[in-house]
Design a protein around this ligand. Structure first.
Ligand SMILES: O=C(O)CCC(=O)C(=O)O
Ligand SMILES: [Fe+2]
Length: 332
């Protein structure tokens, strides 16, 4: 029986039967809640897992304070919500590849996370969620910004929602390309990753698998092009959608203290790590929950001719032979 079903259980009754004892306090109008009344270093009851999972979907990022635990306990906590995945590029613990370790200080400036993004959308099935915990953080500086892309979608006019419905966009691991040098071994290694993670198409507006809410699923870190649009049109539209992450009304700014743990829904949010603390020390650990399904399109994909439908006197690219241009290998 579900709360809200007519004539069955009221929400108040459902809450009174909730045995999880969690204290959930919403911290933002559109995104964010703190969760207390639970010790994450210990195995959780089924009620606690359910309550945390539903708070995670509803509030999109949930924060637990004063959670002292070992790295192993952190991974155990994560595994209660799904399978942990291994990041192909991020620094990881030597014995536990699922555990990402960010050790930033004067010898190791932070890399690439000071950009709005959802994690690993270059994968065909991006992660469901991410858990990050503060090990040793500065008193000020090093906050993380989160934004609800569900609210961003809901804030669009009907016309704009209509314009982006049915569009699809390519995502690529582009920020990590700078990790590869120009020597033969690095080029071979880059080829390996290009084969393993070719650009993938995701819907621009996806439907959240649990909440069923529509959410904008493009981000400036990984999204490179809208399918079937001219480069300039795609660039302008993407920039407009990327800018929505900067709207304060849709955001939550998170301040870390040692032993704070944040758990965000990677399907409906973006985040930005503020790189304002260098050369101070900021040590963090992260685990990532493997995605369970490809992002679902909120609208059926539009036909290429519907997206293109150019009015120019020059025939569109699909109908011309490119004036004899053809890709050539540099050695030809
Ligand atoms: O360091 C942070 O605050 C966030 C880093 C990040 O982007 C991530 O862990 O996915
Ligand atoms: Fe991230």
């Amino acid at each position: 029986m579900l709360p809200g079903e007519p004539g069955k259980m009221s929400l108040a009754e459902a809450q009174s039967t909730d045995k999880s004892q969690l204290k959930i306090q919403q911290t933002g109008t559109h995104i964010g809640a703190t969760v207390g009344g639970v010790d994450l270093s210990q195995p959780l009851s089924a009620d606690q897992v359910r309550a945390i999972d539903s708070a995670f979907v509803e509030h999109e990022v949930i924060v637990f304070r004063d959670q002292e635990m070992t790295s192993d306990q952190f991974m155990q906590f994560g595994r209660q919500f799904g399978e942990l995945s291994i990041h192909p590029f991020s620094p990881a613990d030597e014995d536990a590849p699922e555990l990402i370790v960010f050790k930033n200080d004067e010898t190791n400036p932070p890399f690439s996370t000071d950009c709005w993004h959802s994690d690993e959308t270059f994968r065909a099935v991006p992660p469901k969620g991410t858990m990050l915990r503060a090990m040793d953080v500065p008193v000020f500086g090093g906050d993380t910004m989160f934004v609800s892309m569900t609210s961003a979608y809901e804030g669009l006019s009907d016309k704009m929602q209509h314009l982006i419905s049915g569009l699809e966009a390519f995502h690529d691991f582009k920020p990590f390309r700078k990790l590869f040098n120009q020597d033969k071994k690095s080029i071979e290694s880059l080829r390996y990753f290009e084969d393993k993670y070719p650009p993938v198409l995701h819907p621009v507006v996806s439907e959240h698998p649990v909440s069923k809410k529509k959410t904008i699923f493009v981000n400036p870190q990984f999204t490179i092009q809208i399918k079937d649009m001219e480069e300039a049109e795609s660039r302008n539209l993407l920039n407009q959608l990327f800018d929505l992450a900067k709207v304060p009304e849709y955001q939550y700014r998170h301040h870390w203290e040692n032993n704070t743990l944040a758990f965000w829904d990677n399907r409906s949010t973006q985040h930005y790590a503020i790189h304002d603390y260098f050369p101070k020390r900021r040590y963090m650990e992260r685990v990532t929950l493997r995605g369970e399904s490809k992002p679902t399109a909120a609208f059926p994909p539009a036909k290429p001719e519907v997206v293109r439908n150019r009015k120019s006197i020059v025939p569109d690219d699909a109908k011309v032979k490119h004036g004899g241009h053809a890709p050539k290998r540099p050695t030809d």
